[in-house]
Design a protein around this ligand. Structure first.
Ligand code: NGO
Length: 527
């Protein structure tokens, strides 16, 4: 018996030693900057072979007294404090603070000429982040986060060491618009959920969140001059559950939260179709003067505003006016998709009029690709999702395209036939398929100069809560972010999938419920 116990003890010791060796092999030593898995992939990385160690004495310095830079420094300090436990004061300085510190500085345009670009120089002694604009510093901070061990993203105190490989990264985005869309109309998502989603975008250097705020199933933004839109029209959602809406204060808080992360909100009010929630809330918006019933199904294309009633334009003007006043970003998205029950001869003048209303309120127009049937201003943007002819029609009119091809960027599509969530009308979209494409060659005749950027829409007919959202978003979103940021010449699926695999640890640290695609080498992550 004693003999067997001893045997067991030795076996346990051997297993422990083997496990320890295996763990130490898996713990990366942060000494080769060029081998770090940064997403989106930076433009240039020069490694110098050593590492900087973040410790309790590390300070975060900002150049000058700017409140904006202070806020960016504080964002980094707050994030690092949670997992490292270090209380990093953010201090102002007029000169390079020297050894042991992180220094955030706005350089002249000669160092980094591009908006959102940054240069990150890491030596054994300190970390220097330079950018032309505060947005560039914010993007560079995401690179610093990704260079630290994955556990830096955890929400509990972790053991160091907190090493960052040394070298220089120079980086800037390929497209100026890199976004995602969240449909909060089919299923409502709380402000806190939206903020978490914004944090995902920020981590991958995206800069736009398009909120699909109204549809047949629900109206989600308070409009003070038309209160029933939310109190009645926002009361339900797909499947018949309780819906919800953002008060104007809550919406402004979301806008502010996004703004602090250099993310612009593009609000969408879908019209003249996808409008049943409004038609149910106000009888006078219907041609026959009778309110429709609230709708909780998932059919599309059955509702329309009454395009030849004067009150319709008063309604649109009020909604756009209130929304424009709450929205600092340049665009109001007017939808315009799938207006199957609006006659073409009514649709065209409607979109033209709405375009004028948006411009009169000081905003630019964005809409789904169908709006190209109307006369687009060159400042308007059509979001290509399905129809190449509409895309061509857009550029012929001198307007720009936002690329959201359904077969590539619709992250509400199932990964494969076994995915229980999602739709599949545009096909199954595995992680490789959503990564392997180039916005500038997708539609013949529409080159890079005609394209504003890329956006990944998440429609929520089948997505009811945050863990479901995360499962559809991850791991496809980082790939779309990379398509928007990194030039096509530097993108390669076989290389990318390894970097993505290493982000599995980060998803886990952030408590993200992701889809563990069999196409990605997930290292030692067990989701
Ligand atoms: C379409 C439709 C949406 C659906 C979505 C589902 C556009 C622009 N209109 O995309 O109403 O929710 O597909 O994938």
């Amino acid at each position: 018996m004693i003999y067997r116990k001893q045997n067991f003890g030795i076996a346990a010791l051997i297993i422990f030693v083997m496990f320890a060796i295996q763990m130490s092999c898996k713990t990366k030593t942060a000494s080769d900057l060029s081998k770090e898995s940064i997403i989106p992939k930076p433009l240039s990385i020069e490694a110098t072979g050593g590492f900087f160690v973040l410790n309790a004495g590390t300070g975060i310095y900002i150049q000058g007294e700017s409140a904006e830079l202070k806020q960016i420094g504080q964002y980094l300090a707050d994030r690092l404090k949670i997992s490292t436990g270090y209380e990093m004061d953010v201090k102002s300085t007029t000169k390079d603070p020297g050894t042991g510190n992180i220094y955030l500085t706005l350089s002249g345009t000669d160092v980094i000429p591009e908006d959102e670009g940054y240069k990150l120089t890491i030596t054994k002694k300190n970390v220097k982040l330079e950018a032309k604009s505060p947005a560039g510093l914010f993007r560079g901070i995401q690179t610093i986060r990704q260079l630290l061990p994955a556990k830096v993203e955890m929400s509990t105190l972790q053991e160091g060491p907190w090493e960052i490989a040394t070298g220089t990264i120079t980086d800037h985005p390929d497209y100026s618009y890199r976004g995602a869309m969240l449909d909060v109309a089919r299923h409502f998502f709380s402000s806190d959920d939206v903020k978490r989603f914004i944090d995902f975008l920020a981590y991958y250097k995206m800069n736009v969140l398009h909120l699909h705020l109204s549809d047949d199933q629900g109206w989600r933004i308070e409009i003070k001059s038309w209160p029933n839109l939310t109190t009645y029209g926002g009361s339900t959602q797909v499947g018949g559950g309780t819906g919800g809406y953002y008060t104007q204060e809550q919406y402004s808080e979301i806008v502010k939260y996004a703004g602090e992360r250099y993310i612009t909100i593009v609000p969408e009010i879908d019209m003249p179709g996808h409008i049943n929630a409004a038609l149910a809330s106000y009888a006078e918006l219907n041609c026959d003067g009778k309110a429709t019933k609230l709708y909780t199904g998932t059919e599309v294309g059955f509702s329309t505003l009454c395009t030849n009633k004067e009150i319709t334009y008063k309604f649109v003007d009020d909604v756009v006016r209130e929304l424009a006043a709450l929205t600092p970003g340049p665009y109001i998205h007017i939808g315009g998709d799938e207006s199957h029950v609006t006659k073409k001869e009514d649709y065209i003048p409607f979109v033209n009029k709405v375009q004028d209303i948006v411009l009169a309120h000081g905003k630019l127009v964005m809409g789904w690709d169908e709006i190209s049937l109307s006369s687009l201003k060159s400042s308007s943007v059509a979001q290509y999702w399905a129809n190449a002819e509409n895309a061509n029609n857009t550029v012929k009119q001198g307007a720009k395209i936002l690329m959201s091809p359904a077969a590539k960027t619709y992250i509400d599509m199932k990964y494969d036939s076994t995915t229980t969530l999602g739709l599949h009308w545009a096909g199954y979209i595995e992680v490789d398929s959503s990564y392997i494409w180039d916005p500038a060659t997708l539609v013949p005749g529409i080159g890079k100069d005609k394209i504003l950027g890329v956006e990944a829409p998440l429609w929520t007919e089948t997505i009811t809560k945050m863990d479901e959202l995360e499962y559809m978003v991850f791991p496809r979103l980082p790939g779309i972010a990379e398509i928007g940021w990194t030039p096509a010449s530097l993108r390669n699926w076989n290389e990318y999938k390894v970097r993505l695999g290493l982000h599995g640890e980060r998803f886990k640290a952030m408590n993200i419920d992701f889809y563990p695609s069999g196409l990605v080498p997930w290292d030692d992550v067990n989701p």
